[in-house]
Design a protein around this ligand. Structure first.
Ligand SMILES: [Fe+2]
Ligand SMILES: [Fe+2]
Length: 140
């Protein structure tokens, strides 16, 4: 039971972070300027809906487990320049991977194997995001 409560709290923190990331990316794609900003918009715009898909999955799962999905996003404050934005996003994506790795373990301990597998799929996606941003930053 304690396992399930810790899992639920963690999932709610993940949900707040995903909502915050979607809002952050929306802010960045709408305010980035210059040629770098143009390119940022191109690759980051699909991530807005990508992170929202993660949020939808988490909210539905929290409700299915008998919990109450959080509605307050984590507040992120974006740097103004494109390179700063990318560095900031890379840090967040890496934190997300760490959080989800912990969540996958908690899901397994709670006997939620389907959830564990789904979280691992999200880890694959966040890892892809992090690698892409890292690649872009290396060429800047
Ligand atoms: Fe995400
Ligand atoms: Fe991501």
């Amino acid at each position: 039971m304690a396992d399930k409560k810790a899992l639920m709290n963690g999932l709610n923190q993940d949900l707040a972070n995903e909502l915050g990331a979607a809002i952050l990316y929306l802010y960045q794609t709408s305010t980035a300027t210059g040629w770098d900003g143009e390119e940022l918009r191109e690759f980051l715009t699909p991530e807005i809906t990508g992170e929202m898909q993660h949020a939808i999955f988490l909210a539905e799962k929290i409700a299915a487990l008998g919990g109450k999905p959080i509605t307050t996003p984590t507040q992120y404050k974006s740097p103004k320049d494109v390179k700063g934005m990318l560095k900031y996003d890379l840090k967040l994506e890496r934190e997300a991977i760490e959080n989800y790795s912990q969540r996958a373990m908690q899901a397994e301990e709670a006997g939620e194997i389907g959830l564990k597998i789904k979280i691992e799929e999200i880890i694959v996606e966040e890892t892809g995001h992090a690698e892409q941003i890292d690649r872009i930053l290396k060429g800047m």
